[in-house]
Design a protein around this ligand. Structure first.
Ligand SMILES: Cc1cc2nc3c(=O)[nH]c(=O)nc-3n(C[C@H](O)[C@H](O)[C@H](O)COP(=O)(O)OP(=O)(O)OC[C@H]3O[C@@H](n4cnc5c(N)ncnc54)[C@H](O)[C@@H]3O)c2cc1C
Length: 390
């Protein structure tokens, strides 16, 4: 049984869930090390990588769970579009920064076969052009990074995580306040009230910085200090289609001090089964500001001009179309992610639960060993679920 079915499936098969027998009680083995009681309800705020992972894993354990998402769609900063090219375009998270085994880690079910294709760079052939000089990608830090082929991080979640929790996600629910002064926690949106026994908060930390959610009582001073001090980079991405490929795998700039952010152009069609030549622009931190300040034609002119200088006017000549994603202006992100040089202590403080009632998961709420990525967000959610379920 253990190998073939999850516990929940087994109990469902036996009809124990469907006929409503309260099979678990507070003393049952399942909840022995848990801070949850069997009838407890967990509300998750946000349906990005962390919220979806937490919801999926809690549901897998048979815990009552509800996800409140401000947007009209799940995914958060893994946003994807299928309308620009003949392969999916990741408008946020693009690369897999760790080993592929992370997919299995998230799915947490050895019976599920994961069919997601990733492609690492070929260091013998692919290179970067940095201020006109050819440079080795490995030396520039592209070591384990892999592209998704004909899929994205979003697709992984859409295929393997969302199906079992689709009906637990409620959209257009912008959480405004959380009252955790008594045992029944109260969450308020503009016009609705929800009660929960535990809450998992996964909203981007910039929104807490902007006081988008009011807490009663206020959060502990240490937490507030970490929220106030954490540095979140703004950022954007653009995808530009050209009629010819005139650029290498990566085009970078040496005059960008690392602490100011990152900016690069890269072959977004790399490894895809496509004849479309799509160049990506990725910019976070203060180096993203020139792009973020401009709009429409001016913005396009700036980008093409920058490329024309490097590639002898070939950008303007071969331009077909483009899309631009401004993460700083996204109402429920308000930035790209916490910068890589943040102190791990700050991140760890952000990730700590409050009063055994409020739990934090997401790319800025980890244990301080890793942050600002999809895998870090998902892993932090897994840790919170472990803490809750035991
Ligand atoms: C430009 C860019 C490029 C990136 N590239 C990569 C990459 O290549 N690889 C990688 O691993 N990572 C990358 N990342 C980082 C990655 O996207 C994030 O770390 C990850 O998606 C964060 O997941 P999360 O669940 O913590 O937060 P989010 O995805 O932001 O999810 C939070 C959710 O909370 C919702 N929400 C916000 N406020 C409220 C509210 N008041 N009430 C209810 N819901 C609310 C939001 O709508 C959102 O859905 C990139 C990010 C950006 C912006």
């Amino acid at each position: 049984m253990k190998d073939k079915m999850t516990r929940k499936e087994f109990f469902e098969k036996c009809g124990l869930f469907s006929i409503g027998i309260p099979f678990f009680n507070a003393n049952s083995w399942f909840f022995k090390n848990s801070s949850l009681n069997p009838k407890d309800k967990v509300i998750i705020i946000g349906a990005g990588a962390a919220g979806l992972t937490a919801g999926y894993l809690l549901n897998q354990k048979g815990i009552k769970v509800e996800i409140l998402e401000a947007n009209t769609m799940y995914g958060g900063r893994m946003k994807r579009t299928n309308d620009f090219a003949d392969f999916p375009i990741p408008l946020g998270a693009e690369w897999l920064h760790v080993k592929k085994s992370v997919f299995k880690e998230i799915v947490n079910d050895k019976n599920v076969e994961i069919d997601i294709e990733n492609k690492p760079y070929n260091y013998d052939v692919d290179y970067a052009l940095i201020n006109g000089k050819k440079r080795n990608l490995k030396k520039l830090g592209f070591t384990i990074d892999q592209k998704f082929i004909n899929s994205t991080w979003f697709d992984f979640f859409e295929r393997y995580i969302v199906p079992s929790i689709k009906n637990k996600i409620q959209y257009n629910k912008v959480v405004k306040s959380i009252d955790y002064s008594s045992d029944k926690l109260i969450i308020e949106t503009v016009d609705e009230k929800y009660t929960a026994d535990k809450i998992i908060i996964t909203v981007p930390v910039k929104l807490l910085q902007n006081n988008s959610i009011q807490f009663k009582p206020k959060l502990p001073d240490k937490k507030l200090k970490a929220i106030k001090n954490v540095k979140v980079w703004g950022g954007c991405k653009a995808f530009i289609e050209f009629s010819e490929k005139f650029y290498p795998t990566v085009t970078g700039f040496v005059d960008v001090p690392e602490k100011l952010g990152h900016k690069l152009y890269y072959d977004a069609s790399y490894g895809q089964k496509t004849s479309q030549h799509i160049l990506g622009l990725f910019a976070v931190g203060s180096v993203a500001e020139p792009y973020l300040k401009l709009k429409g034609e001016e913005q396009l002119k700036y980008i093409l001009n920058e490329l024309d200088k490097i590639f002898d006017g070939k950008a303007s000549k071969n331009y077909k179309k483009h899309i631009f994603q401004n993460w700083t202006d996204e109402p429920y992100a308000k930035g790209a992610y916490v910068h890589y040089f943040e102190s791990w202590r700050t991140i760890r403080t952000l990730g700590k639960p409050v009063a055994n009632k409020l739990y934090f998961a997401g790319d800025a709420y980890t244990n301080g060993s890793d942050w600002s990525s999809v895998h870090a967000a998902a892993r932090s959610a897994k840790k919170v679920v472990k803490k809750l379920v035991g």
